[in-house]
Design a protein around this ligand. Structure first.
Ligand SMILES: [Fe+2]
Ligand SMILES: [Fe+2]
Length: 158
């Protein structure tokens, strides 16, 4: 997991996380801090293991850690956070020694993690874990959340 540990020490990654924290200081809805990113990574890893999926652990962690990294830019400029995250992820992945095919797979999953479009295996896994990471069933802001009722996570099982 050397390359994953490079991501969490990467200056672009750390700067973006700091900006996200500033943007989310007053946020009543669930945030996009390191706890969210690691929850997504661990849930992805559990699902992949239970289903005997052959996806490298570093690829899973890289996708999870970077999938919302463009949130601050999206808050500030009203842009699409998946597109912003994909663009920033591309640069962080290059800094952290992911090769082009690996970066392509991760960036594709990040770019489409909120679409209804056809996901690849990694993207489907990311989308599922992203939802399961949210405790909508006990969220005090649930009634004000823009997520539709069917999108909300109502249970704890993976
Ligand atoms: Fe997201
Ligand atoms: Fe997320």
């Amino acid at each position: 997991m050397i390359r994953v540990n490079k991501i969490i020490c990467n200056s672009k990654f750390c700067d973006c996380m700091q900006e996200i924290a500033e943007c989310e200081k007053e946020r009543v809805f669930c945030g996009h801090d390191i706890e969210h990113l690691l929850s997504v990574a661990r849930i992805m890893q559990i699902i992949a293991h239970e289903n005997k999926m052959e996806i490298d652990k570093e690829i899973i962690y890289a996708a999870a850690l970077l999938h919302d990294i463009g949130r601050a830019r999206a808050y500030r400029f009203g842009t699409d956070h998946a597109e912003d995250s994909a663009e920033i992820a591309r640069r962080v992945l290059a800094d952290c020694d992911f090769n082009n095919p690996e970066a392509d797979e991760i960036v594709y999953a990040i770019l489409h993690h909120n679409d209804s479009g056809q996901p690849n295996e990694l993207c489907a896994l990311l989308r599922k874990a992203d939802k399961l990471s949210r405790n909508c069933f006990c969220c005090p802001a649930s009634c004000r959340c823009k997520w539709s009722d069917d999108k909300k996570n109502k249970g704890v099982t993976v």
